[in-house]
Design a protein around this ligand. Sequence first.
Ligand SMILES: Nc1ncnc2c1ncn2[C@@H]1O[C@H](COP(=O)(O)OP(=O)(O)OP(=O)(O)O)[C@@H](O)[C@H]1O
Ligand SMILES: [Mg+2]
Length: 253
Amino acid sequence: MTVLAVAIQKGGTGKTTTTLSLGVELGRMGRRVLLIDIDPQSNLTQAVGHDPTQIEHSVYEVLLNPTYGPEFATIPTSYGVDLVPATLTLAGAELTLAGRFGRELLLRTALAEARKEYDYILIDSPPSLGVFTVNALTAADAVLVPLQAHVFALKAMPQLEETISIVRQLNPMLSIGGIVVTMVDRRTSVNMVVEDTIRQQYGDLVFQTTVPFNVKLVEAPATGQPISIYAGDSSGARAYRDLAQEVVARYEQ
Ligand SMILES: Nc1ncnc2c1ncn2[C@@H]1O[C@H](COP(=O)(O)OP(=O)(O)OP(=O)(O)O)[C@@H](O)[C@H]1O
Ligand SMILES: [Mg+2]
């Protein structure tokens, strides 16, 4: 089984979109998948059609009571994957957790048993480096990085690598497990240049599959449906199907 933190300390690069779209595809391929929303924005929770204000137990309770395990808060979705949801109150949890001993290891502790129940656990992280991202990175086997095909995107990589090297004190095996280039617009030559640069720099870490800029991926979250249901024939849905195949090939050898 594989725990992937979908993370990079930059906003709007496709973390939530990738967590959901990839997770649902892995579920369709017969894998047991748990998605964890550890972002106070609750975008992932909303994207599968849940109202964060109506949620009883969230990832916050999981962090506060790590020995209960994630099943304390896990809810099913209509899309073949389970979800540990986030609520907007998670923002306040940052302060509550700040004083806790071992606060960086709460999610890792919570997942210790659950790891056996799932083939993939995907953790959608916030763009900032706070207690939530650190918990995601400490709990993960590897980091999955969605990188926008944009000139400034690469600038976030050194910071991520530095963060990973610090988190290794708690999670020695942590590494970048894959980079997926997202929001690629084939009509823009600068996009292609950026993609080439990313491939030169990170080699085999970069998945062959790139996710095109696709407006269906913008629309889907508002409907509470993953892309495979909302627009299964779209270029975005096809890309995430291909990515899931690559992920399976990479992590299940
Ligand atoms: N391939 C794509 N093509 C077009 N729009 C996309 C694509 N991927 C994501 N988006 C849109 O871009 C926005 C940001 O994507 P997303 O929410 O997945 O990023 P994020 O990294 O999770 O953001 P944050 O850092 O705020 O959590 C969203 O409106 C999303 O619908
Ligand atoms: Mg997000």
